[in-house]
Structure formats: structure tokens, C-alpha cells
Ligand binder design. Sequence first.
Ligand code: UD1
Ligand code: UDP
Length: 362
Amino acid sequence: MRFSVVLGTRPEIVKMSPIVRELQKRGHEFDLVHTGQHYSFDMDRVFFRDLGLPDPAVNLEVGSGTHGAQTGKMLAGLERFFMDRRPDVVLVQGDTNTVLAGALAAVKLGTLVGHVEAGLRSFDRNMPEEINRIMADHVSDLLFAPTETSAGNLRAEGLPEERIFVTGNTIVDAVHENLEIAEERGDALGALGLRRGGYLLTTLHRQENVDSRERLANVLAGLERAGRETGMEAIWPMHPRARKNLEAFGLRIPDNVRAVPPLGFLEFLQVEGGAALALTDSGGVQEESCILGVPCVTLRDNTERPETVEVGANVVVGTDPERISAGVLDMLERKGGWGCPLGERGAGARIVNICLERTKQG
Ligand code: UD1
Ligand code: UDP
């Protein structure tokens, strides 16, 4: 019984880590298959180091490119690897181009495919991630929906009940397993000169935000205004895509915003947990802030994580500066206390169990 665990970007490395730990604990044979979609040290290797993950069996080194070119290279490379290695189960996670290529390459070879974090929907087909999620869900054999809401989305699209499993989200374990390790490892707040509860945290990388000069400029104006009205500095570990486009558009970062390079997971968890509030367009940051009891303002027009909004941990404000600062002021009144709507701990173990049961049956 051999697993292939496909990953390529930082959120996949983080969210696959509880599954990898489970496979290691039980002594199952597995290969980490890296597409190389993310490759800069601080978007890739740092997560293997921080999470103590084994080296990938292969790195396809696909790198950046247009959607078609990037996905096409992955598809060819993954097919070659699977034909050679013949895994019994291929696991993919999330909504990136890596997930689409992994699911498609494996299913066409007749290999059992499990999609971790299945059923999330923003209902916005302009997002490349929405297309990737829909495609991956429809070709996968095992759909690991984190919540009843995501399972409901799958049912509404006619996906059969026997493929759907509500497992919880692996991010719950990724946060809890690593928070303590993070605090033992060093004082990230001290190193950055931050005072617990005294700053805002921002991250931004979505194509629809950072590739648009207008939306990016609006976010900067919103950050400036929120900083002025709260008297707090915003720290911004900057995704390379955001940095590249800020430079290309000639936009200036406001004085109350401090841009720093992307942080490793252990540092980021501490900075996230110590923030007064997170402003983000990241899926993972919406989830993690909810788990950590930190209010979140989502800089998008929609979210595929409505559970975080329903419990009062998150508000979706778009990119209008006035709405951003109003959202910040409103959410700063919330002091946590919500329950975690993303499932109980142990999603990784539940996912591995289901894979084992299914391969026995098959
Ligand atoms: C990708 C995913 C997105 C996910 C995000 C996590 C798709 C369609 N998008 O977006 O869903 O939320 O990862 O961060 O799969 N770059 C570097 N170094 C790197 C990686 C990227 O400098 O290691 C720069 C390159 O200029 C590149 C740009 O970032 O062109 C975008 O990278 P890409 O992987 O295409 O998309 P992300 O925006 O990272
Ligand atoms: N993250 C990190 N350092 C950073 C920013 C994010 O370790 O500087 C982690 C974060 O904790 C989360 C993941 O990266 O687990 C989210 O990745 P990203 O926002 O790039 O992608 P998304 O979740 O939107 O797909």
C-alpha cells in the first residue's frame, strides 16, 4: 500500500503536514511529490524545515507561468511519476493548479484519488481556484469535505454520497500541533519588535487583488485608513506576487504599514496569534485566525469559508477603503470566544483511515 502525497505551494505543504505525520506514525509507505509551483526558499523549503517534513521523492521544478503552461507541465511530470511509481492512492489538497494537475493525471491512470478540502465554493468562476476546486472534486474518488457546508456543496452538484466524507479541516491539527513548537522555538514578536495585541497583520496574494492596479491601490488606501483610525501599525509579510506587482504598478506602501519578507510557518503562527486583527485575502489565514481567536477582515468580494463568518470570526469587505476601515473598527470589538467551525482535531487520521478502508474494498 503506497500513497503519493502531491503538493506544490505553501498552503498545501502546511495542510498536508498532519496527513504526512499520520502516515509516518503508522509506518505507511508514501512519496511526497512536489510540483515546484512554489520554489523560493521562503515559500517552499522553510515549510519543510519548520514542519519537519521529509524531502520530496521528486521535485518537478515546474516554476511559474501562465495557468495552461504551468498546469500542462505538471500534468506531464506527474503522469510520468505515477506511471513509474504506481501508487495505490494519490492525495491532493486545496485549489491550486497543482491540485488540478495531480487529480487529473492520477484519475486517468485509474488510480484512486482523494481530494483533501473538497467542496469549498466561492461561487465566483472568475477565480482560478474555483475552477480548480470544481474540476478536482468532480474527478476525485474520495472527497474529504472539511464541514457539512462543504459536503452540501458537493451534494448540490450531484456528486454521489458514497464519495463524500466529512473529516474536518487538517489546518486545525496543523495549528495546534505547531503552535507550541513555535513558541518553544523562538520569540517571533520580539524579533519583529511587535507587542501582543498591538498591531494588525495583513497578507495579500490573490490574482484578482494583486494583479489589478485599482484593487491593490484601494487595499493600500484601506490599510492606511485603518492604521490611522486604530493607531496601530500593520505588519505585512509580503507574497512575491504582491511585491512584484507593487513595483510594476509603482505603488507606495503607506507609512503605517511595514512590509517584511514572507515568514516561515512557525514565525507566522506566532505573529498571527499575537495580532489584534488580520486583514487578508488568504484562505488559510481566514481559517487560522478563526482557530486562534483573532478577528479577521477578508479583502475579497466573497469567501469559500462562510463558516468563519457565521461564527462571527470573519467579515468580508472587498477592497473599498472605507469598507475596509469600517470592517476593522467593527471587528476589533470582537474578542474571540467563538467555537472552531472547521471540525475537531484528527482530520489527518480520519483521512488516512478512509483511504485504507477504500483500498481494501477495491
Ligand atoms: C498560488 C495558487 C493560489 C494559492 C497560492 C498560495 C493557483 C492558481 N494559485 O498562487 O490558489 O492561494 O499559490 O500562496 O494555483 N513566485 C515567486 N516565488 C515562488 C512562487 C511564486 O517569486 O516561490 C512569484 C512569481 O512571480 C509568480 C507569482 O509569484 O509568477 C505567482 O505564483 P503562482 O504559483 O502562479 O501563483 P500564486 O499567486 O502563488
Ligand atoms: N503563511 C506563512 N507565512 C507567511 C504567510 C502565510 O507561513 O508569511 C502560511 C499561513 O500560516 C497559512 C498559509 O501560509 O498556513 C496560507 O498560504 P497563502 O495565504 O499563500 O495561501 P491560501 O491559503 O490563500 O491558499
